[in-house]
Design a binder for this molecule. Structure first.
Ligand code: ATP
Ligand code: MG
Length: 445
């Protein structure tokens, strides 16, 4: 191996263009491009480098006869994954990305890759297991596949913010270090908070409800922390929740809001991520409003007819749902009117039949996307529900006290961003829908 190519600093060098900006329209101007090397091909007297940056890729074409012996020899030393800079002239080339190639006049290596990555960055599938990739996640994220996934994630987030802002929702932030559990249960991470025990928030539930007192319509996009004991492909210990809460509304109103939000997201992806959808070979089918609705009780009947051993009051597992052959259940649909006993204390029981609640889950096939409901806005009712579920009202004093000052009727939902991405982009394992997944076995990187 030669040592012509040496690592150098950035110094005064700056990009003149991103790869997406390099087109035949530039003419034969000189450009400076920077990125990482996604592939090198050496054909003897001609070498090709594909340089990737945040916007795409550029082909760098070096013919010995054009670039001279010295530069040609340097380019021979360029290794995949290195961080480099190329100065050169743009020339039309039909077969290259964007219809151009760059003929180098100078090359500068910022950081030369010391090792070959254990996986390729092209292609949609990876021959190595997910753990190998996750151990080297930042390199893994250079894969074209994940690039498309996370560009779509960005569209999802932007589209949600745009949509909810148009509907006059205020984006809020609530504490992630909290004193008591939101919903009881054991799925909490205890932490040290000075000299006391505290917990990582499993949901912004109670805070977002409180904030409807002052702002009516609020949403938060933030982390939720859950000590999930089981290893599944749909649970993370740290997930991103899209939480929405609206005053003067019930569960039907927020279901309608949620389905319109989903349609808006899908439209935005179709418009802004054409190349990503094409690369992923995904066509998102047109969605029809309203989404189908099934009552919990009807589904239990159907499941029993299909031979599932399930009782009224049980949770409905993804496995059970797979036993139903209803085409409308392949896409988005709601399961509504869950047993009150199966839902957290703040969920409002139906006034007509207190055994059931004004609640819904948004599903995509067998996968739960979101849970929502009309909430209880009267203190005595809330205390009663807490007691029924074995929770101590005293430990929720900080929450209950604001109910003395006019809590509006309200409703809302929480939706998992990674789950939504799994549905939209057909991701099998939720770990690939987040940058640095956390699960029972993984706390690094
Ligand atoms: P599941 O039954 O699938 O475990 P859940 O009913 O316990 O979910 P909720 O408390 O209803 O979850 O949370 C609202 C939404 O947040 C869920 O519908 C899901 O999209 C997402 N979510 C909840 N827990 C997780 C998790 N551990 N990892 C990823 N997303 C999650
Ligand atoms: Mg749920």
């Amino acid at each position: 191996m030669g040592d012509l190519l040496k690592e150098e600093d950035l110094d005064h060098w700056r990009k003149t263009h991103n790869s997406s900006e390099i087109s035949p329209a530039i003419g034969d101007r000189e450009v400076v491009i920077m990125g990482w090397v996604s592939s090198v091909r050496d054909h003897g007297n001609i070498q090709f480098i594909i340089l990737k940056d945040m916007a795409g890729e550029t082909q760098v074409t070096a013919k010995k006869s054009e670039v001279g012996e010295q530069l040609f020899a340097m380019i021979k030393e360029v290794k995949e994954h290195s961080s480099i800079c190329v100065k050169g002239k743009v020339r039309p080339q039909e077969k290259a990305p964007n219809g151009v190639e760059v003929v180098p006049t100078e090359i500068r290596a910022f950081s030369i890759a010391q090792k070959a990555a254990p996986f390729m960055t092209q292609g949609k599938t990876s021959p190595v297991g997910i753990d190998t990739r996750l151990d080297l996640r930042a390199v893994d994220l250079r894969r074209n596949y994940l690039g498309s996934v996370f560009r779509i994630r960005q569209t999802v987030l932007n589209s949600i913010r745009e949509f909810l802002s148009r509907q006059q929702f205020m984006e809020v932030s609530t504490p992630k270090m909290i004193a008591t559990a939101t919903e009881g249960g054991a799925a909490l991470f205890p932490i040290f908070y000075y000299d006391r025990e505290a917990f990582l928030a499993q949901s912004p539930q109670l805070y977002k409800e409180q904030l409807t007192m002052a702002f009516e319509n609020v949403f938060e996009i933030g982390p939720i922390f859950r000590a999930e004991p089981s290893r599944t492909n749909r649970h993370l210990s740290e997930a991103t929740s899209i939480d929405v809460e609206r005053a003067f509304a019930d569960y039907n109103d927020v279901m309608s809001l949620l389905e319109r939000m989903i349609v808006n997201i899908v439209d935005s992806i179709k418009e802004r991520n054409k190349a990503d959808l094409q690369f992923l070979e995904i066509s998102i089918p047109a969605l029809e409003l309203p989404f189908p609705k099934y009552t919990y009780s009807d589904l239990i009947d159907k499941l029993q007819e299909a031979g599932e051993r399930i009782q009224w009051g049980d949770d409905i597992s993804p496995q059970a749902l797979k036993s139903l052959s209803d085409e409308r259940m392949n896409g988005f649909y709601f399961i509504v009117d869950w047993p009150a006993s199966a839902k957290p204390f703040y969920v409002k029981p139906s006034s007509a039949d207190p055994k059931i609640s004004e609640s819904f889950d948004l599903m995509f096939g067998p996968l739960e996307m979101s849970s929502g409901s009309t909430r209880i806005n009267r203190k005595d009712q809330l205390v009663e529900r807490m007691q029924k579920q074995g929770l101590k009202p005293e430990s929720f004093d900080y929450h209950l006290r604001v109910f003395d000052y006019g809590m509006p009727p309200h409703a809302g939902f929480g939706m998992g961003l990674e789950r939504l991405l799994m549905a939209l982009v057909k991701i099998e394992n939720i770990r690939d829908a987040t940058f640095y997944p956390r699960d029972i076995d993984r706390l690094a990187p």
